[in-house]
Design a protein around this ligand. Sequence first.
Ligand SMILES: Cc1ncc(COP(=O)(O)OP(=O)(O)O)c(N)n1
Ligand code: 3NM
Length: 498
Amino acid sequence: MVTVDYSLYLVTDSSLVPHDLTFLGQIEKALEGGVTLVQLREKDLDTGPFIELAYKVKALTRQFNVPLIINDRIDVALAIDADGVHIGQDDMPLTQARQLFGNDKIIGVSCNTIEEAQIAVHQGADYLGIGAVWNTATKKLTKKTLGIQGVQDILAAIPPIPNVVIGGIKLDNGKELLENTTGVSGLSIVSGIMAAPDAKKACKELLSMIRNYVVNPMTVQNEIVEYAIKAIEHIKTKSPLVHHMTNNVVINDNANATLAVGASPIMSTNDEEVNDIAKINGSMVLNMGTLSPKMAETMSMAMKSNHDLGHPIVFDPVGAAATEYRRVHTKKFLESGTVTVLKGNTGEILYIAERGGKSRGVDSVGGNGGEENAALAVKETAQKYNCIVAMTGEIDYVSDGHRVFAIENGDNLLACITGSGCMVSSIVGCFTAVNRDNYLYATIAAILLVTIASEKATKRSDVQGPGTFRSALIDELYNVSNKPSILEEYAKIREVKL
Ligand SMILES: Cc1ncc(COP(=O)(O)OP(=O)(O)O)c(N)n1
Ligand SMILES: Cc1nc(C(=O)O)sc1CCOP(=O)(O)O
């Protein structure tokens, strides 16, 4: 799904356009003024003319790279391959709309109460349209208006999710609303734009006000992708030595992945040389997948020497909750205060965060308990152990204890091969070794590289299943590292607001 900027969401109404202007002309002016999302809402058009009009609006929104949402009509949205559909409480149920429309399309749902919002979130809405905030002449309202407090009450009762507010919103009260709420992703406006004598000017004014409160998610994403591209170049030019003490199931793959991105692996577990290696390595990756008492002792030595030399230490607590032995060592390593990046799967990190992690052996089972639970798990654990925490899963979450980012890249085949999570830790080791100015972004960059490589690997005609995928993944780590601008096209990163 495309990354959506919900900041200024135009909902159209052809009946409001001033007589000397045209409907399409008004939408074009609004796009020029900076609207970030457009919804075609025509209540009285028959299907044929609706589709015809929708094609014309789509041609316009495409020129501005702005997604197009269709109001109520899934059939029209499907017919023109729109980016999304907006449904009300009396329209097709969200679960059915999702079945018809698929996971890659945007589905927004109107909500006027906490309960409606909770259900929409639970059923997987991509965004909420919360309203009506104030009275409006544009639509006959049948439910109470929310006011600013009503909006805040709804947002406080649901996990973080993109949302827009709608109903009677103009420049001044929009400003008041954004000033007095937290977590609003944008303003949705009909008459304030469609009836404006100068829609471009109206949108410019609205957007420049909104930008004081709402960050364009693309700005954040672009900043991180830009960092990632430079970070890959640093790895290639500096070729850091990455010392792994990893598990014997993945050792060969981790070494090859390290080489593929331009770093140099050393896979020693010999206690007699860890201190010497620390003098020449760029970072240390510790993976406790096949931990033994001897290896645990050597890992502790390596942690101390690398920490004393200021090298980043990536710790992968494989199977953290599986046995008493692993639980004790996970705690011991984390409490040593030397870990720079803690990278685990969902079960491992949720266990460490005491937020319900479940594992079977070294595999994570069950979900992440929802985005709020996942985001709090990484954030709180990062604060507790003063490190970066990355939790891989269907969506990957990364935090430095202040900010939380979600990365929505990756292919399902990653879960079908052993050690894909360990490979992420290796690559985090490569990134942090030579990108020490920002361990948060370096960790996100590493995850981005592996997950995007996985997406590219799956698409290859020579990939027939997990076996061929495993080799193709190493190939694509190499290919993407050699052409890192590919990240710009694929990256799906967003900041999670708690
Ligand atoms: C962004 C946004 N929010 C709410 C609505 C209202 O949708 P709905 O409840 O389906 O009512 P109608 O638009 O059909 O009158 C919306 N369209 N967009
Ligand atoms: C289309 C719509 N839906 C609403 C809701 O409460 O769900 S209020 C509304 C109309 C908003 O128009 P204006 O920006 O001109 O006030």
